[in-house]
Write a protein that binds this ligand. Structure first.
Ligand code: TMP
Length: 259
């Protein structure tokens, strides 16, 4: 790694100071955690794939007018993004019952939801990221009422767009997590989409087989996590097609992925 100032190390990413003020470099690690880091592991090549998938999704979201922190991908594991003040909320968007929703409310996994559900969780590892309501967010000052409107609005737009883009490659977008940040322009703050969008923070089910193509393979010890992440990238045309070999050979494809 080059010598530069590390700003923050998270579970799956490291943030470094960017080349210009107001920019950050996001480095994608292969580390995977689940259940508030009680379960730890690595998924070989995950960082490279998530960097690519997130670049792809953020670029397309930018094209339809969603403001995002993404500037450009720098290399296999890094992207340049705008520095934001992270809103300490995880926004979960759900189209199909799964995971904690199924557990909490006793709804069978795979049940389509009649309405898209938005949930908010307070980003605090010590508290275990508790489920919160809009009232908590505004009362405790984590985001203002207007900001919350913008966040909910964008989350729904992102969901509509992403549901379509995944459906086009035969994948059901079951649920996913978004994070937002503030950028300051003079005295005004604007909310933009931040963090990453990848199989780490989405539930992606193959439409034909219901096979899980996301981090649930790791969370639930299903195996095949590398292949699942690669499959998502492959369907978006982000991996070089290889004759007979589906497993990404990090060495032989280094140049191609880096381009
Ligand atoms: P959940 O069903 O466990 O609440 O997860 C809902 C979605 O949010 C799922 O696609 C995974 C994602 N998620 C994260 O990205 N980070 C987290 O810390 C959690 C709990 C979920």
């Amino acid at each position: 790694m080059t010598r530069r100032r590390m700003i923050y190390e998270g579970k799956a990413k490291i943030l470094y100071e960017g080349p210009e003020p107001g920019t950050i470099i996001q480095y994608f690690k292969d580390d995977a955690t689940a259940f508030n880091a009680q379960k730890k592991g690595t998924i070989n090549g995950k960082g490279v794939i998530n960097n690519r998938i997130s670049e792809h999704v953020f670029t397309l979201l930018g094209n339809i007018g969603i403001p995002t922190h993404f500037i450009k991908r720098l290399n296999m594991r890094e992207q340049l993004v705008r520095q934001v003040e992270i809103v300490p909320i995880e926004v979960v968007v759900r189209n199909v019952a799964a995971g904690s929703l199924s557990k909490r409310y006793g709804i069978e996994e795979g049940t389509p939801l009649q309405r898209t559900i938005l949930e908010y969780y307070y980003k605090d590892d010590a508290l275990g990221d508790p489920l919160i309501t809009e009232e908590h967010i505004v009362c405790f000052g984590w985001a203002g009422q207007d900001e919350l409107h913008d966040i909910a609005d964008m989350a729904i737009r992102v969901n509509d767009f992403m549901s379509g883009m995944f459906a086009a490659v035969g994948i059901r977008l079951v649920d996913f997590k978004l994070e937002f940040g503030r950028v300051w322009e003079n005295d005004f703050a604007r909310i933009i989409l931040a963090d990453e969008i990848s199989p780490d923070g989405c539930r992606l089910w193959d439409m034909a087989t219901n096979e899980k193509l996301d981090k649930d393979r790791f969370r639930r010890d299903l195996g095949g996590e590398v292949e699942a992440y690669q499959e998502v990238a492959r369907r978006f045309g982000l991996l070089p097609e290889t004759e007979g070999a589906t497993v990404l050979d990090m060495q032989s494809h280094r140049g191609k992925l880096d381009s």
